[in-house]
Design a binder for this molecule. Structure first.
Ligand SMILES: NC(=O)c1ccc[n+]([C@@H]2O[C@H](COP(=O)([O-])OP(=O)(O)OC[C@H]3O[C@@H](n4cnc5c(N)ncnc54)[C@H](O)[C@@H]3O)[C@@H](O)[C@H]2O)c1
Length: 447
């Protein structure tokens, strides 16, 4: 069996160049990446930061002892300096990817760019074209590829354990709490301000499906809408704001701010961080800071009156070359977690993405074998099931021009899966089947 070596990059540290890094946007994601880099001092040094929130900027400055003259409040300032590092991390919000990405490419930085690439398909193509013209590498943060779970799945497929892939079924259970925090009350609640759900949340899933099938996608259809988190479903007499008001259903409402942001078992650590605009998940915000953040933002809204418009459930059907099919279901109405089933000519593979074992059933002997997912403490602690540390290890090789792994994808692959997601949105809105090659052609993107 091919099986990957989870330590292979660590073992090669001495051979490759240490990379210097600038961070643009020291929020939740940006801080996570550089905290992981901090644990790898032979591989990375963060030498500059741009972040308007003072506490966040100071946190990064102190972590890496960055000189004051390399600390900026805005990406425009840091990118108006002559290039002074090997790579830039762009981890600003979705609506602030295009401009800094183009400016950083123009400066000649290799980029670790948060997903989604940009807010429209045209803008994604513009970034890909600029990178190719300038000859810089852009790695998009499709962190799931770098998790022990999906590496094991991909290895099993590459090893031919289930023969040729004929169909994939992927479920993205966003989770009711995560949906309420990010996509009802939070940053990604309105698609015109950020991106549609398929980009904001599911571009990872589209990427994984495309990676596993490894053939061009030919056409897509999609259905879905915002059905539940709407004013007409609000309980009787529920106030518009959940904070500082009396709500008659508070006790039984799963979305009561006390349960999500203040209970002992706050289900998602990042909710408190985002609500408070705190500066590190490792240095958790105080209750007063979280409450102030909620009072002054949409995190304090009732989930049925939050002014949101993104879907709370959606399905996408895809056809790939050779008649291979895939189906992706996202929805809010679950505990949270991903699930995958891959159907091949010689067997079937299935698992939950949080499992320690992946089951493969083979037709020849009608036996089930279990593949063990090599979780490590580092990958569990590192965020996104190990993806947030995994991508940092692999980008080190990738940007050093000596990549030996099988996860990192060049900007064209990332652009392709963004194009598939935008095409699916078009299919949903127009109730049509969209041809990917025709759609890509209309964008001037060679597919
Ligand atoms: N790869 C993943 O799995 C994953 C997961 C969650 C979010 N994301 C993406 O990561 C990105 C960042 O999300 P986040 O949750 O970290 O958001 P965040 O709000 O925590 O961080 C964004 C940061 O950008 C800063 N910023 C704002 N204006 C700026 C400017 N002019 N110059 C420099 N910095 C500026 C903000 O102050 C903030 O600290 C988003 O695009 C999001 O969709 C990716």
């Amino acid at each position: 069996m091919l099986s990957y070596n989870k330590n292979h990059v660590k073992e090669r540290v001495v051979v490759l160049k240490k990379l210097t890094v600038i961070l643009i946007g020291a929020g939740n994601r940006g801080t996570t990446y550089v905290e992981n880099m901090k644990n790898l001092p032979d591989m990375f040094d963060v030498v500059g930061v741009a972040e308007p929130i003072e506490a966040r900027r100071r946190h990064i400055k102190e972590m890496f002892d960055i000189p004051e003259e390399n600390c900026f409040t805005n990406y425009k300032e840091i990118l108006s300096m002559p290039k002074f590092a090997d790579m830039a991390i762009i981890a600003t919000l979705d609506e602030m990817h295009l401009e800094p990405a183009l400016a950083a490419i123009e400066c000649g930085y290799n980029l670790l760019l948060e997903k989604p690439l940009a807010q429209t398909a045209e803008e994604c193509v513009a970034i890909a074209n600029a990178a190719k013209e300038k000859g810089v590498k852009v790695l998009v943060c499709h962190v799931l590829r770098y998790t022990p779970f999906y590496k094991t799945v991909k290895t099993a497929v590459m090893d031919g354990l289930i023969g040729n892939v004929m169909s994939v079924l992927a479920v993205e259970g966003v989770g009711n709490v995560h949906q309420s925090h990010s996509y009802v009350r939070g940053n990604w609640k309105c698609e015109d301000e950020t991106t549609p759900m398929l980009l904001a949340k599911c571009c990872h899933d589209v990427d994984i499906i495309q990676w596993l099938i490894d053939r061009p996608c030919e056409k897509v259809s999609s259905f879905g809408e915002l059905t539940y988190f709407k004013p007409e479903n609000a309980p009787e007499n529920a106030p518009l704001r959940c904070v500082d008001t009396f709500c008659p259903v508070r006790e039984s409402c799963p979305y009561d701010i006390n349960k999500i942001y203040f209970s002992e078992n706050c289900p998602l650590r990042f909710c408190r961080y985002a609500a408070s605009k705190g500066f590190s998940e490792n240095d958790p915000p105080l209750d007063e800071e979280v409450l102030t953040g909620i009072r002054n933002s949409n995190y304090g809204a009732c989930v049925y009156h939050a002014g949101n418009d993104v879907v709370d459930h959606q399905i996408v059907n895809m056809q790939f070359a050779g008649g291979v099919t895939a189906s992706l279901t996202m929805n809010a109405f679950n505990e949270g977690g991903r699930y995958i089933r891959i159907f091949g000519t010689k067997g079937e593979l299935y698992a939950n993405a949080s499992d320690t074992e992946i089951t493969v059933f083979t037709f020849e002997d009608r036996k089930k074998i279990n593949l063990t997912v090599e979780w490590t403490e580092e990958s569990i602690e590192g965020g996104h099931g190990g993806g947030d540390t995994g991508i940092i290890y692999e980008l080190y090789e990738y940007f050093n021009g000596d990549y030996k792994g099988f996860c990192a994808a060049d900007i064209d692959i990332s652009t392709e899966n963004h194009v598939i997601a935008f095409a699916a949105e078009k299919a949903r809105k127009t109730e049509t089947v969209v041809s990917i090659s025709e759609y890509a052609k209309s964008l001037g993107f060679e597919y």
